[in-house]
Design a protein around this ligand. Structure first.
Ligand SMILES: [Zn+2]
Length: 201
């Protein structure tokens, strides 16, 4: 399974938004203190709705699909593979506020590898859902572990949370770091130090 079928588009080439979805957003605008009928807000409900379909397009994706094309001929390469500073955006499931950050993903191959860009695709497939950073980190690591069967996987995510920077305690600039280490990166001190230092930690 890859991605879901493309939805039917309206005559303007846009995704149709059901009336009850638009109404829900008008209700939220009203609740926030503004008038959903004023000119600048007239088209906002359908824009917001379509934006949310994009933010959450990971629900229509099977992340493991991105790891299905594997190369078994690795020419004796048995050192770690690392993709770092991968920018991503997600949304927290508690406030539906943006989570923006970067990820570093590494694995120690056991006789098979995938195209390096696929690691970023796995990240985005999980990030484009309502998330908490801890689960996002764990899901990316587990998906690579289950599908590539490597000697080890390491995922470190550093992100800022809109629900912290824009509301509540309002602490802009504060980042949260989460990590998930599996296999040799968990069990072997030397491997762990190596991967974390290559990631810049
Ligand atoms: Zn939140």
């Amino acid at each position: 399974m890859g991605c879901d079928h493309e939805p039917e588009l309206d005559e303007n080439g846009k995704l149709p938004v059901p009336p009850e979805v638009q109404e829900a957003i008008r209700t939220l605008i009203r609740w926030s203190g503004d008038d959903p009928q004023r000119e600048g807000l007239i088209d906002t409900p359908s824009r917001v709705a379509r934006a949310w379909k994009e933010y959450c397009q990971g629900y229509g994706e099977d992340p493991a699909y991105h790891l299905s094309r594997q190369f078994e001929e690795v020419g004796g390469y048995d050192e770690l593979v690392l993709l770092k500073d991968i920018p991503f955006q997600s949304h927290c499931e508690h406030h539906m506020a943006p989570i923006t950050g970067k990820a570093a993903i590494a694995y120690m191959p056991k006789d098979r590898v995938v195209g390096i860009s696929k690691l970023a695709r796995v990240l985005h497939a999980f990030a484009r859902r309502l998330q908490i950073q801890e689960r996002l980190t764990a899901e990316v690591a587990q998906c690579i572990w289950d599908n590539l069967h490597p000697h080890g996987v390491a995922v470190v995510i550093e992100a800022q949370h809109g629900c912290m920077t824009g509301r509540g305690v309002r602490t802009p600039g504060v980042g949260m770091v989460t990590s998930r280490l599996m296999g040799c990166f968990l069990d072997d001190n030397r491997s762990r130090k190596e991967v974390l230092s290559l990631m810049g930690y």
